[in-house]
Write a protein that binds this ligand. Structure first.
Ligand SMILES: Cc1cc2nc3c(=O)[nH]c(=O)nc-3n(C[C@H](O)[C@H](O)[C@H](O)COP(=O)(O)OP(=O)(O)OC[C@H]3O[C@@H](n4cnc5c(N)ncnc54)[C@H](O)[C@@H]3O)c2cc1C
Length: 409
């Protein structure tokens, strides 16, 4: 794949027009004034029939599973689905990220992480009970692993514990923090540890539960104030003697969604980051090129100076690299191939750093104006920073790449 095909370009234009009409005029509200992003996202999903498509795929999959066929298929969307589906997923991510990357984060966590976890590891009954409203964003989902003292070392320092209670229930105590959609989530995938007599804290099993907002013993905080991605609400979750039945144990067993389930989710997140970075870099480059052409100092456009040209050239290199990475991901999906952990992590590391560098240089090219909110490049710079932190920090990507290359787990 060397460029978008005609049909993809048509979709790209339609999404771009939608963003111009529905997102851009509301940017201040969703980024800074605390208006939740979900209504805009639901409108986009309906406008492009994404809810109808998700419902059809869901119904086909459930019918097959009821007939005893458990194997995932291309059109289930697992591993990205077909190449065409992968392209259709990437285009809205790129287009939204040009203006409000937070919208992608909020949507991706709800539909991809929370909905995806239930579809990949949930029992048939759990899929029927919880998955579809998440896949259509009728309901908001969260995926909670991070805690105040356990971020990069998510499993090692995890303190939130589930204790067996009677024959088929559990009691959960602890807290989670920096959880995307946490304040508004209707459905929460909670990853915690099993508190078993005689088992050392580091060796405890990882177990996951599906929770509903409003359960007794579950508290959802207000959104945090953050540096960027204001359109993605982030908050804390508190669990005090929260009682759950075994029907909420993800996958129906204590081993169904443990360390490996959570790690598979990290891989999925990493691929999406390249598309987000591409949208942000494209926009930063467009704004910077126009400013370099129009802004005059010392009697000539600033773009006539080689120091500014070097910045623009480096931005273009990053844009081309990111586009190639996105196209490669689509091609690999079409060929039914999966990236290695090293490759997915390398893509995430490069994409995050490229978005940060390009957006910082975009602010520099815009000078004082770049420091003003009105210029929009300062938002790209603040939004870019999160790409180096969530879904595994830059440092953790380096470790993942090296470990995979030298064959360490
Ligand atoms: C806006 C936002 C949304 C988020 N959404 C979610 C969500 O939906 N669900 C969820 O569960 N979590 C979420 N997170 C949490 C996120 O995944 C963590 O912040 C991230 O994993 C890093 O953990 P930490 O913040 O505890 O940093 P730490 O792990 O404390 O790291 C601090 C610094 O030390 C470095 N470091 C740590 N260990 C090493 C090492 N071994 N070698 C070298 N350097 C190291 C890190 O790279 C980092 O630079 C979100 C965070 C933010 C900010």
């Amino acid at each position: 794949m060397i460029e978008w095909n005609e049909q993809q370009r048509m979709i790209q234009k339609m999404v771009r027009d939608f963003v111009a009409k529905e997102v851009v005029p509301n940017l201040d509200d969703i980024e800074y004034n605390g208006v939740p992003p979900y209504d805009i996202l639901r409108k986009m999903i309906k406008t492009f029939g994404m809810d109808v498509m998700a419902t059809q795929n869901f119904e086909k999959r459930i019918a097959r599973e009821k007939a005893g066929d458990q194997a995932p298929r291309e059109d289930d969307g697992e591993g990205g689905g077909s190449g065409e589906q992968a392209a259709m997923t990437m285009i809205p991510i790129i287009e939204l990220s040009r203006h409000a990357q937070g919208l992608v984060t909020a949507m991706g966590v709800s539909m991809g992480l929370a909905g995806g976890a239930i579809m990949s590891k949930g029992t048939l009954a759990q899929k029927e009970r919880w998955a579809l409203p998440l896949l259509t964003l009728e309901k908001v989902g969260a995926w909670a692993i991070s805690e105040p003292n356990s971020g990069s070392d998510a499993f090692g320092q995890m303190k939130t514990l589930a204790r067996r209670d009677g024959n088929d229930g559990y009691v959960i105590n602890g807290s989670k923090t920096w959880i995307t959609n946490g304040p508004f989530a209707d459905t929460i995938i909670l990853i915690c540890k099993l508190d078993e007599e005689g088992v050392e804290p580091r060796d405890r099993k990882i177990v996951s539960f599906i929770l509903d907002s409003g359960m007794e013993g579950l508290e959802q905080s207000k959104p945090f104030k953050k540096m960027g991605i204001g359109s993605s609400p982030t908050g804390e979750l508190f669990f005090s003697d929260l009682k759950v039945g075994a029907d909420r144990l993800l996958g129906g067993s204590e081993t169904a969604y443990g360390r490996s389930g959570a790690k598979a989710t990290f891989m999925q997140e990493r691929a999406g980051v390249a598309a987000m970075a591409l949208g942000m870099v494209e926009r930063a480059l467009e704004l910077s090129t126009a400013y370099a052409r129009d802004r005059e100092q010392f009697g000539r456009p600033i773009g006539d100076n080689q120091l500014i040209q070097l910045k623009l050239a480096k931005m273009e290199v990053a844009r081309a690299n990111l586009q190639n990475m996105v196209f490669r991901y689509i091609e690999m999906t079409a060929a039914g191939k999966r990236m290695t952990l090293a490759e997915a992590s390398a893509m995430k590391l490069y994409a995050a750093q490229a978005a940060m560098e390009v957006s910082t240089e975009a602010v520099q090219i815009h000078g004082g104006y770049g420091y003003m909110r009105e210029s929009r490049v300062e938002q790209l710079m603040r939004d870019a920073k999160i790409l180096q932190i969530y879904a595994g920090t830059d440092e953790m990507q380096v470790i993942a790449i090296a470990r995979d290359l030298i064959g360490r787990d």
